[in-house]
Design a protein around this ligand. Structure first.
Ligand SMILES: Nc1nc2c(c(=O)[nH]1)N[C@H]1C(S)=C(S)[C@@H](COP(=O)(O)OP(=O)(O)OC[C@H]3O[C@@H](n4cnc5c(=O)[nH]c(N)nc54)[C@H](O)[C@@H]3O)O[C@H]1N2
Ligand SMILES: Nc1nc2c(c(=O)[nH]1)N[C@H]1C(S)=C(S)[C@@H](COP(=O)(O)OP(=O)(O)OC[C@H]3O[C@@H](n4cnc5c(=O)[nH]c(N)nc54)[C@H](O)[C@@H]3O)O[C@H]1N2
Ligand code: SF4
Ligand SMILES: [Mo]
Length: 769
């Protein structure tokens, strides 16, 4: 008899609740969980293909260890012994910097990826740390770090209540949203319009999202910072700025007009390829709306002025009085996150505390640009990366110049991949540690609940028991921590979790401001429930979090207005009405609500979230002031004749979803979209081939002529080009498609964040016979 089990979908940031149909140990169906407190039954084709993805026969079932140059199946013992024999010795001989760590995107979608990498980094002591963030949202972390003192204090649009959404460089109808976790983003956009609200989309392509908009502007790629600066300039120059109570909370408001003086609509219009009137009208509409939210994503981050654009997004939210107010942009309060602390000065956020060895790139949020990984491996000298640990990362396809990185990886002394697939990157590993398929893993969204448009909490236990011979990914990580620190075999993997639990409780019980002050840490640890280390850690985080039961200690002192006292709304199923004392949240309580617990709409959280040195919003921080001249200089640049942007497809996900026939069937999606006017001028025809050339090399691509992309812009998606030897991707390797990132050489970066410029870089096109 088939049974059903609930599982939160890990395939994108929308975090939909799925109801899986299970026969034996196989997932034979997936539909949206209508009772899920957040997603209410929504599902997309990727979630529907959960079963096929889960059962992909190319998924690795056992570890692989390289012997005599070849990767061979091995036992877990053999795999970890190989790591324990290699890594500590390398560190002893060449120092901590000789081991690099790369974390890829799925880490934010797994419990393991959220709970262990910081322990791994601490055990290694390396500064050679790279993640997908420098191909993605690092500009937003940097701007939030500078503005609010906390790189994770990223306000999200109040999608369900706003009157006006200005969306730049995002295509949530295909991507399902990012840094704005909202199951059924498309439905929420339609609801915005249905309630009389306005949607403005800024994108050089007429995307499916743009088609839903009241207004679509298609400026030149890379010009968002200029456009946003001109919007801010207009508000200030026309006396339209209305920051309201934010005025007392922000520093630098008075200096902003001067700093942005040069960015008049007339001055930026030619660079953006918009008219000054369009810019002024948009600024006026933005302030005229009762509430409004400005939101920028990939297309405004992975560009030359990504940090400035990300900063200006929130400058506009401040100038319009929409930061931290319902209907504007708000800071979520996740259940497993830290308890709100009282307002006051914090440590602030500092950039460039150290530099990369070869090119001297400044760190941001302890990370170095992933575009600089290859040179850190190749360049001989003290501190060279000799060993690499790649977890859920495929930088050979996702980062600039895969060919160079490919070659660099093949020269490593030792490499570990924690990855379910033998792919373009993991094929270089000496040890591959494969996590089980998602049906066999528990799930909680540590990361995305911090960016969700509604406070809520959900947890799913494994839908299917762990197959014999498998290790849970949490245990894979815990053992890895032990193995690299020379403790493999002498400690149980659960000791890693207990050490964390003990550390947290020791700190809390010693802290006079903690509700646990003076209590016995060992006794509290004994009160934790959960079947394993990760569950006990989740229980601890929930209980100490903003809605937690605080081990019965009663409500914590209120930090911000309304913080943590979530009464929920109405009496819908799973609506949370606790908030203090014994009624608070714990793993046990959460398990009693398998469809999740709604914690209510987002609420204002200022000034509690601020961690700047001043204790205020620092609207014009020094690194930004120092960067503005570069943007001013851009006003005089002659734009390139043709630039490239990316695009996402609903049935894909970066580089790793191309091995599932259910998601890849049909025509080749890796086409170069060209506007008819450009195609005519260049002699390109629909279905014909073109050679495209840029800094990093050239590619042959099939041409798709379409007016959904504006003139002067072509579009090619990323994550394709699975034709390298030694991978085990039987479906993907047969698919056509090229690696767009081969067009880049890694030298174009947003300097403040180290983020690679993946959008808006110059290309040349020639037709091929
Ligand atoms: N040109 C261009 N390049 C881009 C982008 C773009 O827009 N344009 N987007 C960028 C962005 S936003 C991102 S986030 C990066 C993503 O780039 P990466 O961080 O490299 O992520 P993926 O390409 O998704 O590859 C994920 C890897 O994780 C593995 N994996 C899947 N599930 C699991 C799991 O549960 N556990 C473990 N351990 N491994 C797993 C997969 O097999 C794969 O090897 O790409 C970036 N690259
Ligand atoms: N189906 C699917 N969903 C995904 C992913 C996926 O690969 N496939 N990846 C996931 C990941 S890792 C992420 S980070 C998110 C990203 O989610 P989104 O931020 O929504 O990313 P995209 O869909 O790439 O949309 C970026 C848009 O920016 C536009 N653009 C390019 N350059 C510029 C510019 O200079 N200015 C402006 N204003 N626009 C520009 C592009 O045309 C594109 O439409 O999606 C996630 N969800
Ligand atoms: S929208 Fe995202 S989370 Fe929801 S089903 Fe699709 S892939 Fe999964
Ligand atoms: Mo991403």
């Amino acid at each position: 008899m088939p049974r059903t089990a609930l599982r939160i979908c890990p395939l994108c940031e929308a975090t939909c609740g799925l109801t899986l149909t299970i026969e034996g140990t196989a997932v034979t169906g997936a539909r949206g969980d209508r009772e899920d407190v957040f997603s209410r039954g929504f599902i997309c084709p990727k979630g529907a293909a959960f079963g096929a993805l889960d059962a992909d026969p190319d998924r690795l079932r056992t570890p692989l260890v390289r012997r005599d140059g070849r990767l061979r199946e091995a036992t877990w013992e053999e795999a970890y012994e190989a790591i324990a024999a290699a890594v500590p010795a390398l560190v002893r001989e060449h120092g901590a910097q000789s081991v690099g760590v790369v974390l890829g995107n799925p880490n934010v979608h797994t419990m393991a990826g959220n709970l262990y990498p910081s322990l791994l980094l601490k055990a290694l002591g390396t500064r050679n740390f790279f993640t997908a963030s420098t191909l993605d949202q690092m500009p937003k972390h940097v701007s939030s770090g500078l503005l609010f003192g906390d790189p994770f204090a990223i306000p999200v649009p109040d999608l369900d209540r706003t009157d006006f959404l200005l969306l730049l460089g995002a295509n949530p109808v295909e991507s399902n949203g990012s840094l704005c976790t909202a199951p059924d983003f498309p439905g929420r956009l339609k609801a915005l319009r249905a309630r009389g609200g306005t949607l403005v989309v800024v994108d050089p392509r007429r995307t499916r999202t743009a088609k839903l908009a009241d207004l679509h502007l298609a400026p030149r790629p890379g010009s968002d910072a200029l456009l946003l600066a001109a919007l801010a300039h207009t508000l200030l120059a026309e006396g339209l700025a209305a920051p309201g109570t934010l005025e007392e909370q922000a520093e630098g408001l008075g200096e902003l007009a001067d700093a942005l003086a040069r960015f008049t609509p007339e001055a930026v219009a030619p660079a953006c390829d918009l008219t000054a009137a369009e810019i002024r009208d948009l600024a006026r509409a933005l302030t005229a709306a009762p509430t409004a939210a400005v939101y920028g994503r990939i297309g405004s981050c992975t560009v030359e002025y990504g940090t400035l654009a990300s900063w200006l997004v929130d400058v506009l939210n401040v100038l319009t009085g929409n930061l931290d107010r319902p209907g504007g942009v708000l800071f979520p309060l996740p259940a497993a996150g830290p308890r709100p602390r009282p307002a006051g000065p914090g440590k602030g956020f500092t950039l460039g505390r150290w530099l990369s060895r070869v090119s001297g790139h400044p760190e941001a949020k302890s990370e170095l640009p992933i575009a600089a990984l290859a040179e850190e491996i190749e360049t001989v000298g003290e501190g060279r990366i000799r060993a690499l640990i790649a977890i859920a990362a495929n930088p050979v396809l996702s980062a600039p110049d895969g060919r160079r990185l490919d070659a660099a990886l093949s020269g490593l002394d030792f490499m570990i991949s924690v990855d379910p697939y033998l792919n373009e990157t993991s094929r270089h590993a000496h040890v591959v540690l494969p996590p089980p398929p998602p049906s066999q893993s528990a799930h909680h969204d540590f990361a995305f609940n911090g960016f969700a448009v509604r406070n809520q909490v959900r947890y799913s236990r494994p839908a299917v028991p762990l197959e014999a011979g498998r290790l849970d990914e949490c245990e894979i990580h815990a053992r890895l921590v032990l193995a690299v620190s020379g403790r493999y075999g002498s400690a149980d993997p659960s000791a890693v979790d207990e050490m964390v639990i003990h550390g947290v409780l020791a700190k809390e019980t010693a802290d006079p401001s903690s509700p646990l002050h003076g209590r016995d840490p060992a006794r509290l640890a004994g009160l934790l429930t959960g079947e394993n280390g990760p569950e006990r850690r989740l229980d601890l985080m929930l209980r100490l979090g903003p809605y937690g039961d605080r081990f019965g200690a009663g409500p914590a002192p209120q930090a911000g207005p309304g913080e943590g006292e979530c009464e929920g709304e109405g009496a819908g199923t799973g609506t949370y009405a606790g908030g203090s004392g014994g009624e608070g949240l714990s793993l046990e309580r959460l398990l009693a609500h398998p469809h999740g617990i709604d914690l209510g709409p987002l609420r204002p959280r200022l000034p509690g979230v601020l961690r700047t040195r001043s204790g205020r919003i620092e609207l014009l921080p020094d690194p930004i002031t120092a960067e503005l001249p570069r943007l001013r200089a851009a006003l005089a640049d002659r734009p390139a004749a043709l630039v490239l942007v990316g695009r996402r497809h609903l049935r894909s996900n970066n580089s790793w979803l191309h091995n599932v026939p259910a998601l890849t069937g049909g025509s080749n999606r890796c086409t170069l979209q060209v506007n008819p006017e450009d195609a005519g001028r260049l002699g390109l025809t629909e279905g014909g081939l073109a050679r495209i050339t840029a800094d990093g090399g050239s590619l042959e691509v099939p041409v798709e002529v379409t007016d959904t992309v504006r003139t002067g812009v072509v579009s090619l998606p990323h994550g394709w080009g699975h034709d390298r030897d030694g991978a085990r991707l039987s479906v993907a390797s047969a698919a056509p498609g090229v690696n767009v990132n081969q067009l880049l050489d890694g030298s174009r970066l947003d300097p403040l964040s180290g983020t690679a410029v993946l959008n808006g870089f110059p290309v040349e096109l020639t037709p091929l016979p």
